[in-house]
Ligand binder design. Structure first.
Ligand code: NDP
Ligand code: 8X3
Length: 251
């Protein structure tokens, strides 16, 4: 049977692109997100290529995460590959001017949400002595940049959790990979700037950012390596980016 891949945040950006590329290669997919209509549309489209199961929950709602995953039917509850992708930045403000609701959203979604989903899925992998977890971190988890303190903190937490998972799951034959992209043009900046599309567009002005598909191709490569190969940590930038803060823009 083909591998079953569980993707959080499949309604846009990196997660949606990953669902598309993996469906085209015949992976069975559990696709998750809050926007149910998008999940249903994607399911309808990708079912032409592979088997799809949809789960509609907010990753920051612990009870909903655990109930949804625990209720997966038996033909869907053996997850071979977990892609912890759901997350966003909320706000882009100086520390002392930033909004506490934004802080809480980033900690609750990017950190606690990833933990809840992982807690629901990883014990099955441990039992089977097999599995692969892909955590979508960020260059914001490797560096800190101005106006990004709490988003960077949330992604530094993902980096630490990722590394801790790899240590603790080492004895069980489970692969753990972190992928840390720089600038990827998705709905990320639209969410960060609370729907201000001009600010979102300006983020990528004068450069060619990565696309969700660029990251999805890397995920496909990583999960299709032989059993004895684990690509453990990847940083991927657009060519115009050299660090979190050094970006070359054409005038
Ligand atoms: P998008 O905004 O396009 O996608 C975010 C996805 O996360 C959506 O599918 C959204 O689904 C889901 N999501 C957000 N909050 C929740 C929630 N509370 N519960 C369930 N799902 C949620 O952004 P990207 O594709 O760019 O982001 C994907 C990941 O990549 C994130 O972890 C982000 O931090 C990371 N990343 C992004 C970079 C970039 O420059 N774009 C660079 C580095 C890392 P829905 O709203 O339907 O729930
Ligand atoms: C998203 C990329 O540079 O805005 O994680 O933090 S960045």
């Amino acid at each position: 049977m083909n591998h079953t891949v569980f993707i959080t945040g499949a309604t846009s950006g990196i997660g949606e692109a990953t669902a598309r590329i993996l469906a085209s290669r015949g992976y069975r997919l559990v696709i998750c997100g809050r926007r149910i209509e998008r999940l249903q549309t994607l399911q309808k489209e990708l079912e032409k290529l592979t088997s799809i199961y949809t789960l509609n929950f907010d990753v920051s709602d612990k009870r909903s995460v655990l109930e949804s995953i625990n209720k997966l039917p038996s033909e869907w509850n053996r997850i071979d590959i977990l892609i912890n992708n759901a997350g966003n930045a909320h706000g882009f403000d100086l520390f002392h001017e930033s909004n506490m609701d934004d802080w809480e959203a980033m900690i609750d979604i990017n950190v606690k949400g990833l933990l809840y989903v992982s807690k629901a899925i990883i014990p099955g992998m441990v039992e089977r002595r097999k599995g692969h977890i892909i955590n979508i971190g960020s260059i914001a988890g490797k560096e800190v940049y101005p106006r990004g303190s709490v988003y960077c903190a949330s992604k530094h937490a993902v980096d630490a959790i990722n590394n801790g998972m790899r240590l603790d799951l080492n004895a069980y034959g489970i692969k753990v990979t972190e992928i840390n992209p720089g600038m990827v043009e998705t709905e990320f900046s639209l969410v960060r700037f609370k729907g201000d599309s001009e600010k979102a567009r300006n983020t990528y002005k004068g450069l060619k950012p990565l696309t969700g598909n660029d990251v999805a191709e890397i995920i496909l490569f990583i999960i299709s390596r032989p059993d004895h190969v684990n690509i453990s940590d990847v940083i991927v930038f657009p060519t115009a980016q050299a660090s979190a803060t050094i970006v070359h823009r054409e005038k």
